[in-house]
Design a protein around this ligand. Structure first.
Ligand code: GDP
Ligand code: GDP
Length: 437
């Protein structure tokens, strides 16, 4: 079951990272820098009263050269999109500022649960000033002192009370989440409208999301539920004011983070470009399911070889995505659009597939018999046992005599053998070598 998510927002210097560090136990991941966007140390895991949750410090999302207000606005949007509960931090030393009021309005409109914390209330006199923050209209302000570690318990009790129940989180897990990623004009919004036009939309605007972030849920004939994560408001063309390149890359990355399956949309007329590769690489690294969609297929003069040639180019440019299926579609003529939901379902199934250790080891032993393990300086790699340790993405551990002896090419061979024997279409997976004790 996924953990509930707590996002921390607030203007610079109120003490967000101080509080994040206090709440953070284990760090979840550090994502490498994408030019112009820093995403350092923004995720961690916390625990309170036996409840584990993920924490995002949106203050760690730094978009260089963007004006102050638009940075804060983006951070608040990330929190609104991703969090179950938002921790809004202010500071009693500066009192209520214009920026606080601005953020409060965004959060209020979102309908998400917000816990208002007033930091730097280091002594009792200051705690009295905390009442001023009722004016933000977000309910009871919780006084904190991040640097002294005061007030955290009461604040966390309030946070936990707002988390969704286990039942709600389990139900959420059954929904397949996907997003469409691609450069401007490849046809993302046309595809979205065409897909949604064919399916039964069950909730058009999820309560609690802003007007800028619209996720749409629908259900297919078999009752499978999907949620389309909207990227940078692709359904609201023209109404989205900020659309600098950095913003759109940033939003694409966030959408990928929230998705199970990423639809990488290409334009048949333009082929593959550098930005496509970056974004696809990110999805691959994040272990997401990937479906490549070549849109505007109607625009090409085709002969018997066109599809083959296209596939060769795609496989060439995206070598690491050899597992990703390709669909050639047209949003205008609706050619093959009906295959999209089925493919998303297949890929999601690959992502969550578990292979029993006995089957896996049969395949592994067979693979080793046909292609003996490599040697290095007289030492031979010995693989004793394999087991699948995770899904999303499927992750396999090989217990070996010396992990350094598992070279990339042999790892690749094992990966291919597993793929040949089991259905892992559309998902990356991980193979990890561990020293056998
Ligand atoms: P952020 O920009 O919101 O992440 O804020 P930081 O966590 O970096 O904190 C900004 C400054 O405020 C640092 O100098 C902290 O040491 C200080 N600070 C954080 N929490 C408290 C607090 O509870 N009391 C006082 N007096 N200073 C604090
Ligand atoms: P987005 O920026 O990726 O959301 O792209 P749009 O959906 O706005 O499409 C950009 C332009 O391409 C519009 O003029 C669409 O009508 C056109 N378009 C989108 N899909 C197709 C397609 O499959 N075939 C053709 N011929 N045109 C398309």
């Amino acid at each position: 079951m996924p953990n509930p998510v707590l996002a921390i927002v607030g203007r610079p210097n109120v003490g967000k990272s101080t509080i994040f560090n206090r709440l953070a136990g284990e760090r979840i991941s550090i994502v490498e820098d994408i030019p112009g966007v820093t995403r350092d140390r923004i995720y961690a895991q916390g625990e309170w009263m036996g409840r584990t949750f993920d924490i995002i410090d949106t203050g760690g999302i730094d978009i260089q050269d963007e004006p102050f207000m638009s940075q804060i606005k983006l951070q608040a949007q990330v929190a609104i999109e991703e969090a179950d509960v938002i921790l809004f931090i202010t500071s009693v030393r500066e009192g209520v500022t214009d920026a606080d009021e601005h953020v409060a309005r965004l959060l209020y409109r979102s309908g998400k649960p917000v816990i208002l914390a007033v930091n730097k209330a280091d002594n009792p006199e200051m705690r009295a000033d905390v009442f001023d923050f009722y004016s933000l209209g977000l309910g009871q302000p919780y006084p904190l002192s991040g640097s002294h570690g005061l007030g955290l318990g009461d604040m966390l009790d309030a946070v936990i009370a707002e988390f969704p129940s286990s039942d709600e989180l389990a139900e959420e897990e059954d929904i397949i989440k996907f997003c469409l990623i691609g450069r401007p004009n490849v046809g993302k919004s046309s595809l979205v409208n065409a897909i949604l036009g064919e399916e039964r939309v069950i909730v058009s605007e999820i309560a609690g999301t802003t007007r800028d972030a619209v996720d749409t849920s629908f259900e297919d004939d078999e009752g499978t539920r999907f949620r389309m994560i909207d990227t940078a408001g692709i359904r609201k063309k023209g109404k989205v004011s900020e659309s600098t390149e950095k913003f759109s890359v940033m939003r694409s990355l966030r959408a990928i983070d929230r998705s199970d399956v990423v639809l990488m949309v290409l334009n048949a007329e333009e082929g593959i470009q550098e930005q496509d590769k970056k974004v696809a690489g990110y999805a691959h690294e994040a272990g997401k399911g990937i479906l490549i969609i070549v849109n505007k297929w109607d625009k090409l003069e085709k002969d018997n070889n066109t599809m083959k040639e296209f596939e060769t180019e795609i496989r060439d440019e995206f070598q690491y995505l050899s597992y990703a299926p390709i669909l050639y579609v047209s949003a205008i003529t609706k050619q093959r659009l009906s295959h999209i939901p089925d493919k998303i379902k297949d890929i999601n199934a690959s992502q969550t597939r578990r292979i029993s250790s006995s089957l896996l080891n049969d395949v592994l032993m067979d693979a080793i018999a046909r292609n003996p393990t490599p040697t290095d300086k007289g030492r031979r790699l010995k693989i004793s046992y394999a087991t699948q340790v995770a899904v999303k993405p499927p992750t396999f551990v090989l217990f070996v005599n010396e992990p350094e002896l598992l070279h990339f090419s042999y790892e690749r061979y094992i990966e291919n053998q597993i793929r040949k024997n089991f259905e892992f279409d559309g998902t990356p997976f991980r193979v990890i070598a561990r020293q056998k004790k």
